[in-house]
Design a protein around this ligand. Structure first.
Ligand code: HEM
Length: 154
């Protein structure tokens, strides 16, 4: 199916993922602001679980679309196809794969140790892995857009 973003040659699913990534960062920032400044743990927990489920579904749809239709045909007209496109994809994967693992780990451990009621080492560990997960997600988004632009818009 054709995409909907102006100036993009990509498919509907690729366009959709690129736009959806833009929503992740502000929602994540609201969630972190809520837990950090307002001590609103409940909202933080809910927002992070919703983000996790939505992102999981998005990855599933994206992977299916890539296996079925691929992306190279939309990237071939790019002037960077033989130069920067593959390095940009590599940089993106260096962020995206650890991000997926970090998010699964962070959510799983937070729920397993019921850190909304616990104290001590689990909370300290969650802060560390939570921050790592958040920075990794930021890197995934920025590198994803860079790849998207080089491959499908330039
Ligand atoms: C991938 C998902 C998640 C990320 C990226 C994340 C990120 C973070 C970060 C960065 C902090 C520290 C905020 C600060 O600087 O003070 C934090 C705190 C906290 N998070 Fe998460 N979080 C996630 C999921 C969850 C879940 C599922 C729960 C469920 C209970 C949870 C409960 C908490 C609690 C209770 C705190 C407060 C810890 C404290 O201040 O001692 N988080 N989170």
């Amino acid at each position: 199916m054709d995409g909907f973003l102006p100036f993009s040659r990509a498919s509907f699913v690729l366009d959709f993922i690129a736009v959806a990534m833009a929503a992740v960062i502000p929602v994540m920032m609201i969630s972190l602001f809520q837990v950090r400044k307002r001590k609103n743990i409940d909202l933080h927990r809910r927002l992070q679980i919703i983000l996790g489920v939505v992102l999981g579904l998005a990855i599933l749809i994206f992977e299916l679309d890539m296996r079925l239709y691929g992306w190279r045909q939309y990237a071939e007209p790019s002037p960077y196809y033989d130069t920067l496109v593959m390095p940009a994809l590599l940089v993106h994967l260096v962020f995206a794969i650890p991000t997926l693992l970090l998010w699964i780990f962070t959510i799983f451990m937070a729920l397993r140790h019921r850190i909304h009621t616990s104290t001590g080492k689990h909370r300290i560990r969650h802060k560390l892995f939570g921050r790592l997960s958040a920075y990794a997600m930021l890197g995934t988004t920025v590198s994803g857009w860079l790849f998207f632009w080089l491959a499908f818009m330039a």
